[in-house]
Design a protein around this ligand. Structure first.
Ligand code: ATP
Ligand code: LTN
Length: 337
C-alpha cells in the first residue's frame, strides 16, 4: 500500500499586549497579515497579558481589554478553528521558560533594547526588573512553539533578533533544542505613523494621532481631516517618505486598506490637493473597519463562546509548550518530576 505523507505545515506565532485598545497600526502591521495565513501555516496567536504588567494596569480594565482583544482577533478574520488563540497567562510554560531564558540573555543585550529605553523614559517612576528582562519572556513566548515565522511590525524586529541570538546560544550549548525563527515583516503597513506627528509611530499612548479599531466613524473622519500633512507648497499626493512623511504615511494607510500601489494612488489623486485626499483615506479606513467593529461587538456579547475559544486555545497551546519545556528542563539538568 502506498504511504501518504502530509507535509508538516510551517508554524507562525505572534502576540499583542492587551495594554490598550487595538489600533490601526496593530491591524495593518500585524493582525491583517495573520488572518491571511491560516490555511498555509499552523498559527498561534495570543494576548500577551504577562507582558502588560511591566507597566501598572488597572485590573478590571486589563481583564476587559484581554477579552475585547480576543473578540477583535476573531472579528479581524482569525478563525478559532484554524488558529490557536489563547491568553498567555493560561499557559504557565511561558513564565517557566521565561525564567530559564533570562539566564541565557545578557545584561548588555537587554540594555540595548529600544523599547526598554522608550518605556523606561516614559515611566520613570516604575523602571522595574520585568520591563528590563521582558525580551527574555518574549523569546520564551516564541521559542516554546518552535515557529518558523513571527509576523510583527517593524518595531519588534529588534526583539525578534534577540530571540534568535538566545536560541542560537542555547542550541550551541545543548544541541538543537529550538528552531531559530525569522521575523516576518510586511512591506506595506509595517510602520504606520501617528496622524498628529508623522515622525513617531502610531501608538495607543498618543490617542490624538491614533485610530482605534472600535472607534466611531465621526471621530475617525475628524482625525484624518486633521492629519498633519507636509508644509511644502506642493499640495500634491506623491510618495516621498523623507520629504513628505505626512502624506506618505497617509498613502501607506490607503495602500494597506485598499490594496492599491503608490503609483495607482498618485494617479487616482492627480490634481487633487490634501483637502480631497485626507477624507478619502478616512472613508477607506472607515469601510475597512466597519465590518470588524460590527462583528467584534456581536462576539463580545457571547461570553460563553469567548470562554470556549480561549479554553480550547490554551489546551492546544499547552500541549506544544509543555513538550518544549520538558526538553529544556532535561537539557539544563533539572530532575524530572
Ligand atoms: P504602544 O502603544 O505601547 O507602543 P503598541 O501599540 O506598539 O504599544 P504592541 O502590543 O506593542 O502595541 O504591538 C502589537 C503589534 O502591532 C506588534 O507586532 C507591533 O509591531 C505592531 N504595531 C504596533 N504599532 C504599529 C505601527 N504603528 N505600525 C505597524 N505595526 C505596529
Ligand atoms: N513584544 C510585543 C508583544 C509580544 C510578542 C510576543 C510579539 C510579546 N510576546 C511574541 C510576537 C511574539 C510588543 O510589545 N508588541
Amino acid at each position: 500500500m502506498e504511504e501518504t505523507v502530509t507535509p508538516k505545515k510551517k508554524v507562525m506565532l505572534s502576540g499583542i499586549q492587551p495594554s490598550g485598545e487595538l489600533h490601526l497600526g496593530n491591524y495593518l502591521g500585524a493582525i491583517k497579515n495573520w488572518a491571511a495565513r491560516a490555511d498555509e501555516f499552523e498559527c498561534y496567536y495570543f494576548m500577551a497579558d504577562l507582558h502588560t504588567i511591566t507597566v501598572r494596569q488597572n485590573p478590571a480594565d486589563l481583564r476587559r481589554r484581554t477579552l475585547e482583544q480576543l473578540a477583535q482577533y476573531i472579528a479581524c478574520g482569525l478563525d478559532p478553528q484554524k488558529n490557536t488563540l489563547f491568553i498567555q497567562s493560561h499557559v504557565p510554560e511561558h513564565a517557566q521558560l521565561g525564567w530559564v531564558l533570562n539566564c541565557y540573555t545578557m545584561f548588555g543585550e537587554l540594555s540595548r533594547m529600544t523599547q526598554f529605553k522608550d518605556k523606561s523614559a516614559k515611566h520613570q517612576e516604575n523602571i522595574n526588573g520585568g520591563l528590563f528582562t521582558y525580551p527574555a519572556l518574549m523569546a520564551a513566548d516564541i521559542l516554546l512553539y518552535q515557529p518558523d515565522y513571527v509576523p510583527v511590525g517593524e518595531d519588534q524586529k529588534q526583539h525578534c533578533e534577540l530571540t534568535r541570538d538566545v536560541a542560537i546560544r542555547f542550541n550551541n550549548i545543548y544541541g538543537d533544542v529550538f528552531k531559530v525563527p525569522e521575523p516576518y515583516i510586511q512591506k506595506v503597513g509595517a510602520r504606520i505613523m501617528s496622524l498628529g506627528n508623522p515622525t513617531s509611530k502610531m501608538s495607543k499612548s498618543d490617542p490624538a494621532g491614533c485610530v482605534f479599531l472600535l472607534e466611531d466613524e465621526n471621530s475617525i473622519m475628524k482625525k484624518f481631516k486633521r492629519a498633519i500633512t507636509d508644509s511644502d507648497t506642493e499640495n500634491c499626493v506623491r510618495y516621498a517618505p523623507d520629504e513628505k512623511p505626512g502624506v506618505s504615511n497617509l498613502m501607506g494607510i490607503y495602500a494597506a486598506v485598499t490594496g492599491k500601489s503608490y503609483d495607482e494612488i498618485e494617479k487616482e489623486f492627480a490634481g487633487c490637493g490634501y483637502g480631497v485626499f485626507k477624507p478619502a483615506v478616512g472613508e477607506a479606513v472607515c469601510s475597512a473597519l466597519r465590518p470588524i467593529r460590527e462583528e467584534a461587538s456581536k462576539i463580545l456579547a457571547d461570553k460563553t463562546y469567548l470562554k470556549n475559544v480561549y479554553t480550547d486555545g490554551a489546551e492546544r497551546a499547552a500541549y506544544i509548550a509543555h513538550k518544549t519545556l520538558r526538553k529544556v528542563y532535561k537539557k539544563v539538568g533539572f530532575v524530572e518530576r
